[in-house]
Structure formats: C-alpha cells, structure tokens
Design a protein around this ligand. Structure first.
Ligand code: TRP
Ligand code: ZN
Length: 470
C-alpha cells in the first residue's frame, strides 16, 4: 500500500512539476483528500449533481479581481484575492480554475504550495488554517481563457473571446474559465473588479463604477464594485467597444445600458425598457435588491441572454421587452434569492418565465391564463410532460420544461390559492430570502403557510411527475 502510494506520488509530482511552478516544490496531487488528511477541504461543495463544482471547508466573503485583457492576443493576466472563513481545520483546500497558468499562490501573505488536477487548484498553506479562522488567498495567473463547452445544452459559456473583446456569461460553472473561485451558487460573495483594457474599449462588470476610468500608457482601467452577495456564475467582465447610456429609472434606480456598435440602434430601447421593467417588477416582487440596473448587448451571437447581476447580457440580438422582463425578473429570482442546488433551477427559470407571462398581461397582450391554457393543450407525448421540472437533470439542466412547465407550476398555484395570496406569496418569498439561498421545499412550505392549504398534490403533479398533470 505504502510503496504503491509513494510510487504514484512520484509520477504525479513529475506531472505537476511540468504543470506549474509553486514556491517550494510541487504538491503531491495523488492524495485522496479525505483518506490522506482529515483536514483537507473537499474538492466539491456537495451538490450531488455537480460533484466537483465548488469546494468544501471554507466560505468566501469577498473576491477582489484584477484582470488585464488584450483582445488582439486573447491573453488574460489576473490576480485574484479571496477573503474567506474556514468551516473546518484546513491543511489544504481547493479552488476551481479551468486552464490558465498559475504563477504564485499565497495565503495570508506567505507563499503556499499548490497543484493542479483537472479544474481543481489545490492550495496547501505554509501553516494549517484553524476552523472558523478568516484567511486571505491570493492567486496570480495568466493565459488564454478557454470557454466551457460541455454541460447542459448551452453551447459555449464562460469567458468567450469576441472580435473586439470578450463576452462573459458563466452559468452554471464557467467562472472558473477566467478566475479561481468557489464555483457554485451555494457560496455567494461580494466583488471588486479592476479591469484593464486597451484604451478605446470599455470593461463592464457587475455593480457600479468606482471612480472614473483611468487611462495611461495606452490602457484604461475600469473599477467596478458589486456590494451585494453574488453567485459566481453571475460575475462578468464583458469588454469591447460599447456605446453607453446612463441615468436613472423613474423611481431613481441608477440605470446603465451598453450596446456593441453593431447594436447602437438598440441602445435607447434597452435603456428605457430596462428602466420600466425594473420599476414595474419592484411593484410586483418588492423593492429592487441591488444598487443599479441595466443591460448589455454584445456582438457575440450566443442567441441567448444571461441575467448577470445588475447587468443582464444579451448575446448578439436586439432584445425585446419579453426577454428583458425575463432577465430582470432573475434579479429577484436567481440573483437575490439563489438556489443551493442546481436541481432547484425551476426556482430561477420557472419564475422568470412566469414573469414574461405577467409582463405580457401587464401590457394588455396575452394573459398568463391564455398562455397557460394554450400550453396545457400540448399532446401527452410532448417532451415537456416527461421531464419533471422540479428536479433539473445535470446533463440537461436548461431543458425547456424547467422554464415552461416551471412557469405553468406557478400559474397552477395561482389558480389554487387565488390572486391575492399568490402575489403576497411572491413578495414574501422575495423578502424573506433577500440576498440568501432557497430550496423548492422552502417555497412549498411558504405557499402552504400563506394559503392555509395542503398543496402537496399540486406541487407533486407539476414538479415531480413525468406526465401531464390533470
Ligand atoms: N439563465 C439564462 C436565462 O436567462 C440561460 C443561460 C444559462 C445562459 N446558462 C447560460 C445564458 C450561459 C448565457 C450563458 O434563461
Ligand atoms: Zn432565465
């Protein structure tokens, strides 16, 4: 046993010597953390559907991201500083990072050993960290980010190079393609961004600008701060040529719209619709959770949008009010209230889809009831009826059922408990879990508590059965 382990350690050590140059020798990559050392942080945060996403043993409070990006060479140089608290004694812990070369890692200012294995960056501090202690880890890295391709019928996501910069949309686990982090929504944190690009380009991250952009020596540095907790998949550093319009919504929320020059004609509509929708949702879902709103249209033809916190990102199309209503509804459902496990994704997508129907109703177009009735007519063989939306599948996370049947679930609920209770429920749900985490069970419990009804059968039929509810 022992001899065997050492032999493997030597091979692994050779591999990691080639892969990285840590401060004082490579970290043996073979030690299965749990078996080798009870004080090792787990390589995953405990989402059974995504066993390697996120990490165990600590909780991040804040990310400070310094990113330099040169579109012509596609080269990124970064320094990520993470403030975290240990949730166990830690002899070592992991971060998620995909590709890119790590130059140096330190913990509390002292050089730390590190190793790479797949998308796991393992850090061994010079001195073990005690349970409940705060610590700071700093990672200096660089390279050409490679977007993620595999999971969840989405195509390419993460840090995606464009003709003039980068389109950064990372759901569900693409943040690790551009900075080392605890890449799972169950660990939210605040963020500072310092992004440097060639002068003439604009870098757009979450939250608000801190000071004016600073230009020197042909580069411009943009500093952004997101002071509300944010899931890693919502972090962005979308950059390139942009036209901007900023101001405030009618109710006074700072509003920033940005469009790639190819979509300049969309700028005013993006600005005014984002403002109108943000203010309207504030009356339906309760106070807007963040310090600014807006949207970004880039020239990368993703064909989809992502609800990046404070700055939804639209990929290569002129967004209409329906999709703007969807992405801004996510600021409440998904961003302020964040799922603990990906299987509960309908709490994001079902709600944002139902918001589209509410928006249409608000605008005097089709009612939510008419949309629901039409969808209910789909034949029993429609794939939506065999995919239960309450348990999103890891290899097909963004299945249309999670969106459409998820939205129908809310309409069926509305019918069962009545409009008054239903709209109180939406506001109470958003208020009770503001900036926090949520599960499907918590939503069902609240719906039952507020309505005084047993809704087990309704939720079971709509969320968990592989057939059309009757
Ligand atoms: N959450 C997005 C929506 O509004 C869809 C989505 C998931 C996405 N992953 C993405 C978009 C990655 C862009 C990139 O429905
Ligand atoms: Zn969505």
């Amino acid at each position: 046993m022992r001899v065997n382990r050492r032999g493997m350690a030597m091979v692994a050590a050779l591999v990691s010597v080639l892969a990285c140059s840590p401060a004082d020798g490579p970290l043996p990559a073979d030690e299965a953390p749990a078996a080798a050392d009870r004080r090792a942080g787990a390589p995953g945060i405990g989402d059974p559907d995504f066993p390697k996403d996120g990490n165990g043993g600590y909780d991040v409070a804040h990310y400070d991201l310094v990113v330099d990006y040169v579109p012509t060479t596609k080269r990124l140089t970064g320094v990520t500083t993470i403030k975290a608290t240990a949730t166990q004694d830690l002899s070592r812990f992991n971060l998620d990072l995909s590709g890119l070369d790590v130059r140096e890692v330190s913990v509390d200012g002292s050089p730390a050993r590190f190793g790479r294995q797949g998308d796991e960056l393992t850090v061994r501090p010079a001195k073990a960290i005690a349970d409940r202690a705060g610590f700071t880890v700093r990672v200096a890295y660089s390279g050409t980010p490679k977007p993620a391709k595999d999971s969840a019928n989405l195509g390419t996501y993460g840090f995606v190079p464009t003709s003039d910069g980068a389109f950064v949309a990372s759901e569900p686990n693409g943040s690790k393609t551009w900075f080392p982090n605890n890449d799972h929504p169950s660990d939210k944190a605040t963020y500072d961004f310092t992004i440097t690009v060639p002068t003439g380009l604009t870098a757009l991250a979450n939250g608000e600008l801190v000071g004016a952009p600073a230009t020197k020596g042909g580069t411009t540095t943009f500093r952004w701060r997101e002071r509300h907790p944010m899931a890693s998949y919502l972090a962005t550093a979308t950059l390139g040529k942009f036209d901007l319009r900023h101001g405030a919504t009618a109710s006074g929320i700072p509003n920033l719209a940005a469009t790639d020059p190819r979509f300049k004609s969309s700028l005013d509509k993006l600005y005014t619709t984002s403002a109108e929708v943000t203010d309207y949702w504030s009356t339906i879902f309760g106070p807007y959770p963040f310090s600014s709103t807006g949207g970004v249209v880039d020239n990368y033809s993703a064909g989809y949008a992502l609800e990046n916190q404070t700055k939804p990102l639209y990929g290569g199309f002129d967004p209409d009010d329906t999709i703007i209503a969807h992405e801004l509804a996510h600021q409440w459902f998904g961003n302020s209230l964040t799922i603990r496990r990906w299987k509960d994704l309908w709490l994001n997508e079902g709600f944002a889809t139902y918001a589209e129907w509410l928006w249409s109703e608000h605008k005097g177009r089709k009612t939510a009831e008419a949309t629901f009735a039409e969808l209910l007519k789909r034949p029993a063989t429609d794939p939506m009826w065999t995919y239960p939306p309450g348990r999103a599948k890891p290899d097909d996370l963004f299945n249309q059922s999670v969106y459409t049947r998820g939205g129908m679930t809310l309409h069926a609920l509305r019918g069962a408990i009545g409009d008054a209770t239903f709209f109180t429920l939406l506001k109470t749900w958003a208020a009770d879990h503001r900036y926090g985490h949520v599960t499907t069970d918590e939503f069902i419990d609240l719906a039952q508590r507020l309505s005084g009804k047993d809704l087990t059968a309704l939720f079971d039929a709509w969320l968990f059965q592989p057939r059309r509810p009757t």
